[in-house]
Design a protein around this ligand. Structure first.
Ligand code: ASP
Length: 415
């Protein structure tokens, strides 16, 4: 063993394997999850160094049995150990629901101190929903959490899974990016900004309103200035209560009042209104507006988000302004996945309705761009906007009062 090897640092990553195409095999019934995934990884030299004898290994302090693997020595001189927890029932992510989200969140919580970072292997179909909800459930996250998967199974000769797993482990094993992120096809995204845009291509995800946090190619680049950081003095906790009485109302020309009514009625407490363009609706239809207004009056939250892939909602048009006049909230440039899961999270909190509404329009995990016209809001909006431009980092920090930590908006702090 070289002296370089003897002195090398090591990191420990917990990998939660929940299912998805990445570990599927062909069957008469179609692609399905099965066993043998970890054994396969062990046979891939880029993902496991079978000859390595672990001289300085820091074993994670866990009571349960995990499969232990180690990457070859990295370009940073680090040995990344990873420990796989295979879920008993591995799922196609189309079958996942809130119980699965809670299970994943609890697994991270229960292993939080024992590991340096976390990778979650997950199906691509609902990965953006899971990434979004975990970003809200995790409060004061100080460690890297990355979701990844693949479009083609690792059991196939030609697949994107190998590179996605390796890329996710590279980020998790070397960088502290304390957010719930999603890694796919060379890009690390803020998870709650992503959406699945392609069901067949290796470039399956996009983050339409926020450039990737990091990229991996010939070089690895991290945009440190945009990484979301919470107060380092606050302890990581997991919020496991969710309110599932939420729904999505996607407008289309000619949608009937009956359809609108059926989504706006009890017990639904939160509605993502997927409006046209920059937040517009058929404002000339009195009945339609009245149905929305009635729902708001009985205490439901209606959250206005655009149907467009890129951009957000504004109050520019007569057809959009009316929604704000009756109390619909602005989702700014949030994705539907983040909007829906944020509603589930916020509605489950023990807070007065006014405070819940305030939280919905506030960026609590970097999930939306803040658009405000008040003076302090204006400065914050410029600052947060600049925050996504590396060169302007210093100016934005100055505007944000010299702090690079995001305020805890959820407990009444100013925003
Ligand atoms: N149906 C699969 C899933 O979401 C698709 C994939 O993983 O790419 O689990």
């Amino acid at each position: 063993m070289s002296s370089k090897e003897e002195k090398c640092k090591s990191t420990n990553v917990l990998v939660l394997y929940t299912g998805g195409t990445i570990g599927m095999y062909r069957s008469n019934a179609g692609l399905k999850c099965g066993s043998g995934f970890t054994d396969l990884l062990k046979k891939l030299p880029m993902l496991h160094d079978d000859d390595y004898k672990y001289p300085n290994q820091r074993k994670p302090d866990v009571s349960h049995d995990l499969h232990e693997l180690v990457l070859p020595l990295s370009e940073y001189g680090v040995r990344v150990f990873y420990y796989i927890k295979e879920y008993e029932e591995k799922k196609d992510s189309s079958n996942m629901d809130s119980e699965d989200w809670v299970e994943i969140a609890k697994d991270v919580r229960d292993n939080y101190d024992a590991f340096d970072s976390f990778v979650i292997l997950h199906g691509t179909d609902t990965m953006s929903y899971t990434a979004s909800i975990l970003s809200f459930m995790f409060q004061n996250l100080h460690k890297t959490v990355i979701l990844t998967g693949s479009q083609i199974s690792l059991f196939e000769q030609r697949n994107d899974g190998r590179n996605n797993v390796l890329g996710a482990l590279m980020f998790a094993g070397h960088f502290v990016i304390p957010e719930v992120t999603l890694f796919f096809h060379g890009k690390l995204y803020r998870g709650n900004r992503t959406t699945k845009i392609n069901s067949g291509d290796f470039l399956a995800f996009d983050s339409p309103n926020l450039a990737p946090l990091a990229t991996i190619g010939a070089e690895i680049n991290v945009r440190w200035d945009v990484i979301w950081r919470c107060d380092p003095n606050k302890k990581f906790t997991v919020h496991t209560e969710l309110n599932l009485d939420v729904g999505v109302l996607k407008l289309f020309p000619g949608i009937t009042d009956n359809t609108v009514e059926s989504i706006c009625r009890e017990p639904v407490k939160g509605i993502v209104l997927e409006s046209f363009g920059a937040g517009n609706c058929p404002n000339e239809r009195k009945e339609f507006i009245e149905i929305l207004e009635k729902a708001i009056k009985r205490g439901a939250i209606i959250f206005n988000c655009t149907q467009c892939l890129k951009g957000g909602v504004k109050k520019d048009f007569e057809t959009g302004k009316i929604l704000f006049d009756i109390g619909v909230l602005s989702g700014s440039d949030i994705t539907t996945e983040a909007a829906l899961t944020k509603l589930s999270y916020v509605l489950s909190k023990d807070l007065p309705l006014d405070k819940k509404k305030e939280l919905m329009e506030t960026s609590i995990r970097g999930e939306l761009s803040v658009a405000s016209t008040s003076k302090s809001g204006f400065i914050k909006a410029i600052a947060s906007d600049m925050d996504s431009t590396p060169d302007n980092n210093d100016v934005s920090k100055l505007l944000l009062n010299g702090t690079s930590h995001h305020k805890d908006n959820e407990n009444g702090a100013a925003h």
